[in-house]
Design a protein around this ligand. Structure first.
Ligand SMILES: [Zn+2]
Ligand SMILES: [Zn+2]
Length: 208
């Protein structure tokens, strides 16, 4: 579990309720609370993991305010040498479209630094026009408007990666597919901060 403060990345202590994000201080905890409070309880109430290959994913419904967790099978565990892919069919069921677009995000644009973890966004392709995403807006609203405008339902997965293994060139070059350097794992509430920061501080042309 991530022990760096979700807000400033200094060493922190875990949120006592969810144990899914850490904070270095009351100030940082308070700063994170408007988004954190949407999921702090929900993460402790998610049903049992169906199999060890299932990882926690986060669903942002387009027309409801509350984001939700679900389990997605990531066949990575069967193929340790291959980063593999999560079960796309179950992601598509949430995204609600036969085709999807995805975006792996390593940069935190608020801090201007690469995160110790990554997230991957999955949305419908083409995006449903003018639908927006109510639950993503709700998570971001204390911080600003959503500038990375995903339209329609959104799924986000968490990815662990060794901090020094990844360079900006690799991110640009091959989407991090090679070398077994990434690993889909349970999304956590450190990742929620990355999702919000990417959505609010996003600007065109920035390295994800
Ligand atoms: Zn902090
Ligand atoms: Zn919490």
């Amino acid at each position: 579990m991530i022990r760096q403060c979700a807000v400033c990345w200094l060493p922190g202590t875990l949120c006592t309720q969810c144990k899914s994000a850490s904070y270095c201080s009351k100030t940082c905890q308070k700063a994170d609370w408007p988004s954190h409070q949407l999921l702090c309880k929900a993460i402790t109430r998610q049903g049992t993991r169906p199999t060890p290959a299932h990882k926690r994913a986060l669903y942002f419904p387009a027309e409801r305010r509350q984001p939700e967790f679900f389990w997605v099978e990531c066949p990575h565990d069967d193929y340790p040498d291959d980063p593999g892919m999560p079960d796309i069919l179950s992601i598509q069921a949430y995204v609600g479209a036969p085709h999807y677009a995805s975006e792996k995000v390593r940069l935190n644009p608020r801090l201007g630094r690469f995160s110790p973890r990554m997230v991957e966004f999955f949305g419908a392709n083409p995006m449903p026009k003018k639908m927006g995403n109510r639950s993503l807006r709700a998570a971001c609203k204390a911080y600003g408007s959503v500038r990375r405008g995903w339209e329609g339902p959104l799924v986000v997965l968490g990815i662990s990666a060794a901090p020094c293994d990844v360079t900006a060139d690799e991110i640009l070059g091959n989407g991090l597919a090679g070398g077994g350097i990434i690993n889909y794992d349970d999304i956590n509430l450190f990742d929620l901060r990355t999702i919000v920061d990417w959505s609010v501080w996003y600007s065109e042309g920035v390295v994800p």
